[in-house]
Design a protein around this ligand. Structure first.
Ligand code: SF4
Length: 483
């Protein structure tokens, strides 16, 4: 048994780094020799909490209610997750729009002294009486963990009184991990423990694929991916975004598993292989021609569709590569800096090579075995480039952008735009980004930003960044201290 705890820093089969900065060749070389320096930041601007990833992964599940057992502030990001949930409904034509059923226990100073268990019981009973859900999730927090509320025991107690509702505690206390993707893992561990329960597999359904998708996948991308797989004779069990208890229960019946994002359900798929013998494919996000080819070939290998997939890739290349050649003329040689989560940023870094663009810098929240493979591949494509291992460090980002002066920045644009750089992003929950067709859409989007930089230039003229000149002259990694 792998005995995975849900804390990504503690994965048994890979080294994981969250704080480092330097050149990509050095990173790959040092990591390969297991000599990459362990470090920490003596100053950090922000860090995404894993609790919100747990919430986002599950918030769109049908017939569900959610208890956030925390102070009110921890639940602040739930409004963003709820917004995504509502956007998803609108795109699916699911009107009238609903809000997610979230109750926050609002742990306060008194509860920190006397315990928050009474509030949790009240919230659970309220959710049951008000919503009659099939699934009732409890998200823990730093506060509930520190004061030692016995969330599992309370859940078990209420479960005994309410067999019609499955009560699922999710241990996503923010302090446990600096890697927000640990929150996804905490959700899957809980799904395994409280819904699948390791029960027998049942009959395998030939041609059924578990497709694990994070909440950042737009409905347009879901439809495109399902269309492509449908043409290959593969039926999709799309989970957990906009899914249901029934779909979760179908997981063990699938012939294979894959994920749209590299850091989503990767650990869970290993558990499924170990427990149910379901093979899985773990490659890259299907953004760009090369990545979509690679993603489909991974699926072909586990679903027995090698010939069909090769024929399909050939037909798509014939159809779309002439259009990409056209885009290449507009984008060739442009220098790019990318900042995003691990899945999208590495997919984006390979995508720009389809257009003849050049990567000069990128940010990744973590560096591990998977990232090492991607960086080695990108080193072959682009030679060395600047790597910033960190999550939500805009002060480092602006320093790097100021020094590298790329032609375009791909990522959340707020700070780069204030430097007057053209910006766009591939983290788009509202528009298409994946598969062959959408490659052309993305290329046009990047070219359009490059050819129309006026808006960001105006932002730079009237909106200033808060940093002194001395910071732009300093080493961007000044605050990263080796152990
Ligand atoms: S759970 Fe912890 S890290 Fe997350 S928002 Fe609350 S206090 Fe912050």
């Amino acid at each position: 048994m792998r005995n995975y705890t849900g804390i990504r820093e503690q994965r048994p089969d890979t080294l994981t780094f969250t704080d480092w900065g330097g050149e990509s060749r050095e990173a790959a070389e040092q990591y390969g020799k297991k000599c990459l320096a362990r470090a920490d930041r003596s100053f950090s601007q922000g860090l995404q909490c894993q609790q919100i990833n747990s919430v986002m992964a599950l918030l769109s599940m049908e017939d569900s209610a959610f208890i956030v057992h925390s102070p009110l502030g921890c639940a602040g990001c739930c409004s963003m997750a709820n917004d995504w949930f509502r956007v998803g409904q609108a795109h699916r034509g699911d009107f009238p729009l609903r809000n997610a059923r979230i109750i926050v226990t609002n742990i306060d100073e008194k509860d920190v002294i006397h315990g928050g268990e009474k509030k949790l019981r009240e919230a659970l009973n309220l959710a049951k009486d008000r919503y009659h859900p099939k699934l009732l999730f409890i998200f823990t927090s730093c506060a509930s963990g520190i004061i030692g509320d016995d969330v599992d025991a309370i859940a078990a107690d209420i479960q005994n009184e309410s067999p019609e509702t499955i009560i699922i505690p999710i241990h996503c206390e923010g302090f446990k991990s600096k890697i927000c993707a640990s929150g996804y893992d905490a959700s899957f561990l809980a799904i395994h423990k409280y819904i699948l329960k390791g029960e027998s597999k049942g009959k395998t359904v030939p041609g059924l694929l578990n497709l694990f998708a994070p909440p950042t996948v737009s409905f347009a991308d879901q439809m495109e991916i399902e269309r492509i797989l449908g043409e290959l004779g593969i039926a999709v069990n799309y989970i957990p975004f906009y899914s249901s208890l029934e779909k979760i229960r179908r997981i063990p019946n699938a012939q294979g598993s894959t994920a749209i994002c590299k850091v989503f359900a990767d650990e869970f798929m290993k558990e499924l292989e170990e427990k149910y013998g379901i093979p899985y494919s773990h490659t890259i996000m299907p953004i760009g021609a090369r990545n979509t080819d690679k993603w489909l070939r991974g699926i072909a290998a586990i679903m027995g569709k090698i010939e069909e997939v090769e024929d399909y890739i050939k037909s798509q290349q014939e159809q779309y590569l002439p259009l990409v050649a056209d885009l290449r003329r507009r984008l060739e040689g442009k220098r790019v800096v990318i900042c995003g989560g691990t899945g999208r940023s590495f997919a984006g870094a390979a995508l720009i090579n389809d257009f003849g663009m050049r990567l000069v810098g990128m940010t990744t929240p973590v560096y591990d075995d998977d990232v090492q493979l991607d960086v080695q591949y990108l080193n072959e494509l682009y030679g060395s480039f600047t790597v910033d291992i960190g999550n939500m460090m805009p002060f480092e980002q602006v320093n790097i952008l100021y020094k590298l002066k790329p032609d375009i920045f791909i990522g959340v644009p707020i700070w780069a735009a204030r430097l007057g750089l053209p910006t766009t992003h591939v983290l788009d929950i509202k528009r298409p980004t994946m598969g062959y067709r959408n490659l052309v859409y993305l290329g046009n989007k990047i070219a359009s930003q490059l050819e129309n930089p006026g808006y960001n230039k105006k932002i730079a003229k009237f909106g200033t960044l808060p940093y002194k000149k001395s910071w732009y002259e300093a080493d961007p990694f000044t605050f990263i201290k080796e152990w």
